[in-house]
Design a binder for this molecule. Structure first.
Ligand SMILES: Cc1cc2nc3c(=O)[nH]c(=O)nc-3n(C[C@H](O)[C@H](O)[C@H](O)COP(=O)(O)OP(=O)(O)OC[C@H]3O[C@@H](n4cnc5c(N)ncnc54)[C@H](O)[C@@H]3O)c2cc1C
Length: 258
């Protein structure tokens, strides 16, 4: 079973984000694998282990720093990677351009399935998986929480999470799958895995070399943080009844919710 995982490096969820124009200021950020992409990496490795054969290829569009996340995925157990290291393209890419360059990098590769995260937690577009399927002319199944492949690798039976329930679908392979939380429990990279990852091959490409020049169709006009939260109000005193009355008064007159 040969699989491809599209991996995006994003700011760690605990990072205090600052905005610089229409993008996130890069300084002081701890960069990590997009959490949904960790499920994608784990699932690809599990499928390889289950079948006892095949390879997992990581494909990532991102600047120099993305190599750290690529190496982490290789340390988890992926076999090789394609790093589209092209800041000029990445700095202007929208979801369409991103999917176009990923599709171009994937086209020549031999694969049964492509795994992505259901969304990148920084830009939250949730568009790349479906666009990638369309560009490669193969089906795309989103929000996957369970994945099973037929022994002959001709099709997959997949459970999707939907509002208030589950949906089971069957799809011919090759196909694109986007991972939802619950698909698996991603492993940590082991020390031997980290050592081995240093020697695994990473093919470095750029957009022009892949024949892609698509600029953004969507232009970000503005980016802003939510307004700072006001300080909370503490109702003090020893008398519970008086405090409850003060709370009710504040909720009625100041917050206006009762
Ligand atoms: C400097 C900068 C400038 C930008 N300018 C624009 C702009 O002008 N217009 C605009 O619309 N957007 C812009 N973006 C947003 C950026 O292009 C998006 O990150 C990209 O379009 C993908 O959208 P998403 O990250 O929300 O992906 P989603 O569709 O939410 O991602 C779903 C999955 O797709 C895969 N994926 C996504 N991105 C990558 C990647 N780079 N490499 C490998 N796999 C990936 C991952 O598996 C991910 O889990 C900019 C971003 C940066 C950093």
């Amino acid at each position: 079973m040969n699989t491809i995982v599209c991996l995006k490096q994003v700011p760690d969820t605990e990072t205090l984000i600052k905005i610089a124009g229409t993008t996130i200021a890069a300084e002081g950020i701890k960069w990590v694998i997009n959490p949904y992409d960790e499920f994608a990496v784990e699932e690809a490795i599990r499928q390889k282990e289950k079948m006892g054969a095949g390879a997992v290829t990581i494909v990532s569009l991102g600047p120099d720093r993305a190599i750290e996340s690529i190496r982490t995925a290789l340390a988890m157990g992926a076999d090789n990677a394609v790093h589209i290291n092209d800041s000029g393209f990445y700095d202007k890419a929208d979801p369409y351009a991103t999917a176009a360059v990923l599709a171009a990098a994937i086209k020549g590769l031999d694969f049964n399935a492509i795994f992505l995260g259901k969304q990148a937690i920084d830009d939250d577009s949730g568009q790349v998986p479906a666009m990638l399927g369309e560009m490669l002319g193969i089906p795309a199944v989103t929000q996957v929480i369970k994945f099973e492949v037929a022994a002959d690798k001709s099709k997959a039976t997949v459970t999707r999470e939907i509002e208030g329930g589950h949906m089971v679908v069957e799809v011919p392979l090759p196909a694109v799958f986007s991972a939802q939380k619950g698909l698996n429990e991603p492993r940590y990279a082991s020390l031997p895995g980290i050592m081995k990852a240093k020697k695994k091959p990473v093919d470095v490409k750029n957009a022009a070399g892949l024949g892609v020049s698509d600029g953004p169709m969507i232009v970000i006009k503005e980016m802003s943080l939510p307004p700072a939260r006001q300080a909370g109000k503490i109702i003090t005193g020893d008398d519970a009844k008086v405090k409850a009355a003060a709370l009710a008064k504040a909720l009625h007159e100041e917050v206006k919710i009762i």
